[in-house]
Design a binder for this molecule. Sequence first.
Ligand code: ZN
Length: 224
Amino acid sequence: MQNPLMKFMTFIAALLLSLNIHANDSPPLKDDHLDPIRIYFIFHDDIPKSKRDSIHGDYIHPFIEEFQSITGRKAHVVFDEHIAPYSNFKYRSSDREKVIKEWRELAWQYRKKRNDDKEFRISRNDRVLLITNDMINGHPLFGGVGGIADAQPGRAAIASLDFKQGVGHELGHTFNGDHEDGEVLYNGWWCETFMLPPLQLRSNCMVFSDANRKRIKDYVDSLY
Ligand SMILES: [Zn+2]
């Protein structure tokens, strides 16, 4: 059994450790536990295993970093895969309106399921993004539809891995980002900000233009 002095010393040590952890934290991001910004990323079954490991670093992380720095709020990220009927959703179609209508309905059912399973309470700020291996229609070299969002702002979207900025672009729409405010920046080479519809020759800046940063921040601020 510990003597009282030992107990006290252990308590002080724990207190110091806890103070130290807080001292090293960057300023806390504002957030609302009732209405968190939660983004569900569902990997479609058609994405080969070899591609899955790099999706977070190449596609998701740049968007999340940018989003959090713009808004000062934390984005709660949840990954999911191999979960029918969501991860095997038939997204290849020439009818993009029909596809996004069906995905919007499935996205709602998905949020409801996670709520009913007592995992994550439904928030009005939830987003559900399906990440797919292929485009909805067409081909990256010849044109077509590489991604789609249900509305601007909206809650459900689909993005193909064919375009590096696809995840940021479609989620950008759901947070009120707009094509018109997309820009080409020059930093030794031309790059496109997230909301500009992509051209093959230019690289991706993986950031939003200042005008879209303002749109997104204003929109998110209006939610709280
Ligand atoms: Zn777009």
